[in-house]
Ligand binder design. Sequence first.
Ligand code: FE
Length: 355
Amino acid sequence: MAVSDHDLIQAWKQVLTLSKLEPGQIVTVLTSTSTHPQTLSTALVAVGLMGATANRLDLPPVNGEKALSRDSLAFLGTTPLTGNRAAIAALKESDLVLDLMTLLFSPEQHEILAAGTKILLAVEPPEVLVRMVPTLDDKARVAQAAQRLDGAREMHVTSAAGTDLRCPLGEFPVIQEYGFVDAPGRWDHWPSGFVLTWPNERQTEGILVIDRGDILLPMKRYVQGPIRVRVTQGFVTAIDGGLDAELLSEYMASFNDPEAYAMSHIGWGLQPRAQWTTLAMYDREATIGMDARAFEGNFLFSFGPNNEAGGSRTTACHIDIPLRRCTVAIDGEPVVRDGKVLDGFVYGSADRSGE
Ligand code: FE
């Protein structure tokens, strides 16, 4: 269903206010060929209404000939900023970058953030943005989960379907995604609502069972039959099952890169306005699947890079897989049981208090 310009402008104003945009600040809107025109036009209006200056920087797409899909999160590598000194300089001089292009994890993005510039990615369709416009509650809930994860030594994930995975923790930071950028140098993604970290290098051991109804991204496909993935010393060593297992296995093999098989981020979904069902209704090219990544109580894990968290692994392959009905325990204490988040979070508390 389409949304009105008015509703999307209001949503932008809420995100920009939460992101502490001040009159006189400079916002650069990063666009490319796939940028949604309504998202762009309403962003420019909202920035203007808040008394800030809006620039637009349009860059050509890259990697289209290498990627096996049109999904902007599926293929990591060079970005339109690679070697583009003028564009990088403009972004570093901005207070806020609205990324309507999908810049993704790259040395250039780190450089821009290190200059204190905030970056907010927003590429889901307008109605998804409006449905999941972030709130202070979203931040409070994710922050609370991050506290549970901070300093933890192990995440243990189990499920009735057969998942039994142990991930030693401590080498990598905990990352909070709540949909707005309220501190200098912060990156976030609207919409989101989850907490994540990375397991220690080469230490994850066990079995992941991707069960019927779990989702493969970037395939944006509900798995029809279980896929059994064995992880040994932090790397996928076997993928067994039917057609879905073959699709996953052959897709990963197509990158011809051993690093693609590394365990990547792990965490759980905390966004009640994200729905497991939406991918059944959307054209696969109309969305990047943030509902699937953020729905409340999922166990979201990934194979591939860790450079986003300060590690050295870069691989073009990036696969995110949200599982339902898992139990996630941190140092022996469940934070999610059978797909239900156990935080007892009460909505309204953070939004009423104003922080
Ligand atoms: Fe990911």
